[in-house]
Design a protein around this ligand. Sequence first.
Ligand SMILES: Nc1ncnc2c1ncn2[C@@H]1O[C@H](COP(=O)(O)OP(=O)(O)OP(=O)(O)O)[C@@H](O)[C@H]1O
Ligand SMILES: [Mg+2]
Length: 247
Amino acid sequence: VESTALKTRSGIQGFDEILLGGFPKGRSIVLSGPPGSGKSTFGMQFLYKGIKDYGEPGVYVTLSESPNEIRTNMKSYDWDILKLERDGRLLLVDARPFSVSEEGFVTPNESLYRGEAMPFSHLTDMILAGIRRVEAKRLVIDSMTILAMQYVNRFYIRQGLMGMVQALSNQDCTCLLISESIQEQGKIPVEWYIAPGVILLHYTRKGDTMERAVQVVKMRGTRHSEQIYPAKLLETGFTVLQPRMIA
Ligand SMILES: Nc1ncnc2c1ncn2[C@@H]1O[C@H](COP(=O)(O)OP(=O)(O)OP(=O)(O)O)[C@@H](O)[C@H]1O
Ligand SMILES: [Mg+2]
């Protein structure tokens, strides 16, 4: 018997049913998908709904878009990101591997990634500080792929990611680790093995249009649906449709 006390509600419409209640609380789940499949939207919605509906503060760590780009993009949904930041319930952490000066010069920011005993340990410390600051119960890292790209040594990457996932698992904080993947490449990203759970977003051609879908690839220690569910991006965010709804 699975207790809902051990679950973190996803905040994604129609998704908790598939997960039999939600994400396993306090664990790290990889959220994977091709460009434009809705990963960042799904991630921010997890945090936004977490705050609004479940009173759980969140941290969004960005390694690709700037915090301002994220705030602007998310305006196309009816979520007021900035207000939650001002209330101290949402924290955007800029962990991009470069910095931009006030004059607009772009320089590499290696301090966050180089000269550390373990790969990603500086970043992990920064994330843990962010979690403490807002007492976060939810975390999103967008994306892990950018971390892995910085090393050629695959053992290093695996060691670093495992260390990070281990450190996060002691925080009582449910984490979505975004991963850029194109299934057709046939290469499985390392984080798929390391994390206890994997969610895959599909974005594929059907006739003269594109279709969205979502699937649970794995979720250690719990049962889950094995179906691939059609999904839509609506004004209200990422929405999972039950197969019967589109019959
Ligand atoms: N209100 C909306 N309704 C429907 N679709 C929207 C809305 N706002 C944005 N979109 C679409 O959502 C798509 C997915 O955005 P998102 O940034 O979440 O994808 P992503 O998987 O993170 O992409 P990337 O790999 O480039 O980071 C965008 O292509 C955008 O056109
Ligand atoms: Mg994105």
